[in-house]
Design a protein around this ligand. Structure first.
Ligand SMILES: Cc1cc2nc3c(=O)[nH]c(=O)nc-3n(C[C@H](O)[C@H](O)[C@H](O)COP(=O)(O)OP(=O)(O)OC[C@H]3O[C@@H](n4cnc5c(N)ncnc54)[C@H](O)[C@@H]3O)c2cc1C
Length: 462
C-alpha cells in the first residue's frame, strides 16, 4: 500500500496543533510519519460530540490537514471504533511506532490502554506523551496524599511546579507517498457539519477554528486583554476575556504555551495582576481535569451523594419541567440576562462565564431542573464543550460538586444584570424582546431552599 519502508503514526485527538506537540515531535524524530484522526463515537463509554463541537472539529481538521501536508505529513481520517481501525491499519501498513498525547477521561484511557497492548503484542512500539495538561493528574496530591478537591491549594501547587519547555514545530519531512489511494475517508464523509438547517454558517462570523487563528488570538490577548482582565472579566457587555476556551478545548494551543506566555508577561509587566488572574483561570481548566481523572463518575453522578435525593424537578410535573427546560434553551424565560446568555450561546456557540453561572443557577435553582439537563444542552451547543470543565462547573453551580458554591448562593438574574450589564447593552444585543417571566424569583428561590433544607435534614439524620 505504501511505496517506502516502515512508517510511524501520530494519532491526533484533543491536540490539533503542530507546535508544542510532543507526540508529533517524537514520531517525526524517529522517522517518516503519517498522522491520523479517528472519529470514534462507537467505543464503549465514549460520549458523542455535540453539534457545535462537530462543526468546530470539521473546520479544525481541514486546517490541521493543510498544515501537516505543508510539513510533508499526510493526515488520514477514519470513522469507527479506534481499536478496530488500528487492527486494520497494522494489517495493511508497515508500522514501526505509534505516538499519541494522553487523554484523561476514563473511557478514553481504557481504549488507549487496550490499543497500546494490542500494538505491543504485534511488535509495534506504542508511546503516549504528556501534552494537554500542565502536570499529569497522578503527579499531584494534597498534604493527605489525596487528589486535590479545593482549588486554592491546587492553584498554589501548580504555580510551584516546573513545566516542560514549549516545543517547536518539527522540521518538514520528505513527503510520504502511498501507492494508490491512502487509507481512510474524506473529511466530508465524517458527516460533521449540520445540514438542514445549516446553522454552522452563523458560527463562521465568530470563529476561525485552527492553530494559526488560535495563536493570533493569544497574541491579541497578551497585547490587549490580559492587562485589564481583572476589571473586565465579569462584563459580558465588553470583550474582556480571552475567548481562548475553544482553542484550549481542541488543543490548538496547549496550556503550557498559554501559561508560559502569561508567566513571561507577569515577569515583565509593571502591573501583572490581570495576567496573573487570567493564568489562574487557565489553572481552573487544569483543576477540572484533575478532578475528572480522579473522580471519573463526575459527568453522571453528584460528587456529593446527599444530592442524589434532592427533589430537582420542583416543577409540578414532567410536562412542566420539559416546558421550563425548553423555554430556558430557547431564551424565553422572561429574565433578560438569562435569555441573552442562552441566545448568545445559540448564535455564537459560546457564552460569557458570568452568564454561564447565572443561566445555570437559574435552571437548577429557580426552574428546578436537574443540572444534567443543562449540562447536556451546553454539551450540544458550546464550541468549547469540554467533558471536565462542563461537568465540574455544572456541579459547582448546582452545589453538588467539590469546592462547590454553596447551594443557598442563588444568583438573582436581575441584580446580576444591573451589576454586570449596567447599560443593558448585552441584553439588548442578544435578547431585545422580553417574554413574560416564567417563574417568580422570590417564590422559586424559597422552593429551592426548602428542597435543600430537606436533603440537609436527611443527611443529619444519617
Ligand atoms: C455551567 C458552566 C459550564 C461551563 N462549561 C465549560 C465548557 O464546557 N468548556 C470550557 O472550556 N469552559 C466551560 N466553563 C468555564 C468558563 O465559563 C469558560 O471556560 C470561559 O467562559 C471561556 O471563556 P474565555 O476563554 O474567554 O475565558 P477566560 O476568562 O479568558 O479564561 C481563560 C481560560 O481559562 C479556562 N477557564 C476559565 N474559567 C474556567 C472555569 N470556570 N472552569 C474551567 N476552565 C476555565 C478556559 O480554558 C478559558 O479559555 C463553564 C462554566 C460554567 C459556569
Amino acid at each position: 500500500m505504501r511505496k517506502n519502508s516502515a512508517l510511524n503514526l501520530v494519532w491526533f485527538r484533543d491536540d490539533l496543533r503542530l507546535a508544542d506537540n510532543p507526540a508529533l515531535v517524537a514520531a517525526m524524530e524517529a522517522g517518516p510519519s503519517v498522522a491520523l484522526y479517528i472519529l470514534d463515537e462507537q467505543s464503549t463509554g465514549i460520549r458523542p460530540l455535540g453539534g457545535a463541537a462537530r462543526w468546530w472539529l470539521h473546520h479544525a481538521l481541514a486546517d490541521l490537514s493543510e498544515e501537516l501536508a505543508s510539513h510533508g505529513v499526510p493526515l488520514l481520517l477514519f470513522r469507527g471504533e479506534a481499536p478496530e481501525i488500528f487492527q486494520k491499519l497494522s494489517d495493511e501498513l508497515d508500522i514501526s511506532q505509534v505516538h499519541w498525547n494522553r487523554r484523561y477521561a476514563l473511557a478514553e484511557r481504557e481504549i488507549d490502554a487496550q490499543i497500546k497492548s494490542a500494538l505491543q503484542n504485534q511488535g509495534i512500539e506504542a508511546h503516549s506523551h504528556a501534552a494537554s495538561l500542565l502536570v499529569e493528574p497522578w503527579q499531584l496530591s494534597n498534604g493527605q496524599n489525596q487528589p486535590y478537591k479545593v482549588f486554592a491549594a491546587f492553584h498554589r501547587q501548580i504555580l510551584a511546579a516546573t513545566f516542560r519547555p514549549v516545543l517547536e514545530v518539527p522540521e518538514t519531512q520528505a513527503q510520504v507517498e502511498f501507492e494508490g489511494e491512502p487509507p481512510g475517508v474524506k473529511l466530508d464523509q465524517l458527516d460533521l457539519l449540520p445540514q438542514k438547517p445549516d446553522w454552522g454558517e452563523k458560527l463562521h462570523a465568530w470563529w476561525t477554528p485552527g492553530e494559526s487563528s488560535a495563536q493570533q488570538r493569544l497574541e491579541d490577548v497578551l497585547a490587549n486583554i490580559a492587562e485589564n482582565y481583572t476589571q473586565e472579566r465579569d462584563r459580558p457587555d465588553r470583550e474582556g476575556t480571552s475567548r481562548l476556551s475553544p482553542a484550549l478545548r481542541w488543543g490548538h494551543l496547549s496550556p503550557v504555551q498559554v501559561v508560559t506566555a502569561l508567566t513571561k508577561q507577569i515577569g515583565q509587566h509593571a502591573d501583572p495582576e490581570g495576567a496573573a488572574a487570567l493564568r489562574r483561570q487557565v489553572i481552573w481548566r487544569e483543576f477540572c481535569w484533575h478532578l475528572l481523572y480522579h473522580f471519573p463518575q463526575m459527568p453522571t453522578q453528584n460528587f456529593r451523594p446527599e444530592f442524589d435525593s434532592m427533589d430537582w424537578t420542583r416543577a409540578q410535573d414532567d410536562e412542566l419541567a420539559a416546558e421550563f427546560l425548553s423555554a430556558w434553551q430557547s431564551g424565553e424565560t422572561g429574565y433578560g440576562l438569562v435569555d441573552a446568555g442562552m441566545l448568545e450561546l445559540w448564535d455564537t456557540g459560546w457564552m460569557h462565564n458570568r452568564v454561564r453561572m447565572v443561566t445555570a443557577s437559574f435552571l437548577v435553582k429557580n426552574l428546578g431542573v436537574h443540572w444534567k439537563d443543562g449540562e447536556q444542552w451546553f454539551w450540544d451547543t458550546l464550541v468549547d464543550a469540554d467533558l471536565a470543565s462542563n461537568t465540574v462547573n455544572w456541579q459547582w453551580v448546582a452545589g453538588s460538586g467539590t469546592d462547590a458554591a454553596p447551594f443557598f448562593r442563588i444568583f438573582n438574574p436581575e441584580l446580576q444584570a444591573k451589576k454586570f450589564d449596567p447599560q443593558g447593552s448585552y441584553v439588548a444585543r442578544f435578547a431585545p424582546l422580553s417574554a413574560q417571566p416564567l417563574v417568580d424569583l422570590k417564590e422559586s428561590r424559597a422552593a429551592a431552599l426548602a428542597a435543600y433544607a430537606q436533603i440537609k435534614d436527611e443527611k443529619r439524620q444519617g
